[in-house]
Design a protein around this ligand. Sequence first.
Ligand SMILES: [Fe+2]
Ligand SMILES: [Fe+2]
Length: 213
Amino acid sequence: MQRHSSPLDRLVGQFDHALRTLHGVQRGTGKPSPAAALDDTLVEPSERVRAGRLMRVDHAGEVMAQALYQGQAFMSRETPLRAHLEQAAREEADHLHWCEERLREFRMRPSLLNPLWYMGGWLMGASAARLGRSTNLGLVAEVERQVEAHIEDHLQQLPADDIRSRAILNTMQEEEIQHGQNAMSLGGRKLPLPARLGMRLLSRLMTRGSLWV
Ligand SMILES: [Fe+2]
Ligand SMILES: [Fe+2]
């Protein structure tokens, strides 16, 4: 017999998810890294630091994505939508692992500000979910669009011979585009301009902050 979870169970689940995300033990779908079969051809130490900083920003973006989807799923009243958001979060957890693995190869740590990004993402997701399905999915579409744009920017900036990071970001970019399209086809609506501008500001804070801290 299937047991229905109580609000307290779900709240505990949220804390568990946050801690797993911040400690790098979040469950994904198990999809292997797109970099798995590629040699690490980036040798110049200063270039490795530069690439590592960019990957740290991408990792922080994935931490925020986890929080966003969890906040949305927690507050969403529709069970099928909740299941969809939780599945999307599992796919995002693959991205998180791939970036984390690349950071380890660079011997760099994740952003110290990740708990802050997690909190911001969770509150943003939970607030959107309170505003109903179309806003909730509209937020997903907008976040995915912004993440896709910063991945594109990083693909331009990464050293040409960093083929491992490039493979990871190329796959992530394809999947973020797909996530955004799914959200719109499920009923998302474009968010109003002030909301999009506010999100862009938050995203800029996140990208600048994680680059250095
Ligand atoms: Fe992602
Ligand atoms: Fe995504």
